[in-house]
Write a protein that binds this ligand. Structure first.
Ligand code: HEM
Length: 123
């Protein structure tokens, strides 16, 4: 399966369930809870969801609304060290486990998140 085909396979619903499962864990997390905007978690969830949908072959809503992702730059305001990176990946792994996506799509997403979360480290 190509990366662009993930959206065809899991649809809006698959991304919705995955990202919701991630953000459900954020407020109670001792590292991530302090980093994400408490008063706009829904907004953060929406940005992540639309980004992933566009990245994996769905409608380009994120780019239309936010421009080029430039994710490393957008993360510079946050201190993403090894501990934050590992926790983020742990929380996303739990979200993937819970969401039970079809195996091929699941594998593509896990590989993507693993690489991207390391790429996002800035301290
Ligand atoms: C490595 C650990 C990471 C940490 C600690 C982290 C933390 C954050 C925080 C605090 C925000 C601000 C929330 C908001 O208001 O949007 C954010 C935004 C965002 N993050 Fe991460 N992030 C990490 C990794 C990633 C990865 C791996 C991806 C992509 C797969 C990602 C995608 C995004 C996106 C799309 C946004 C919204 C950017 C925008 O349009 O403003 N992040 N992240």
């Amino acid at each position: 399966m190509l990366e662009e085909e993930v959206y065809q396979t899991i649809g809006e619903d698959g991304f919705h369930r995955l990202v919701a499962a991630f953000y459900r864990q954020v407020p109670g997390d001792d590292i991530l809870g302090a980093m994400y905007p408490k008063d706009d978690l829904e907004g953060a969830e929406y940005r992540m969801r639309t980004f992933l949908i566009g990245r994996f072959g769905g409608p380009p809503t994120y780019i239309e609304e936010r421009g080029h992702p430039r994710l490393r730059m957008r993360h510079l305001p946050f201190r993403v060290n090894q501990a934050a990176r590992d926790r983020w990946m742990q929380v996303m792994t739990r979200a993937l486990d819970e969401t039970q996506l079809p195996a091929e799509a699941d594998a593509i997403l896990r590989r993507f998140f693993d690489g991207m979360s390391s790429f996002m480290m800035n301290s």
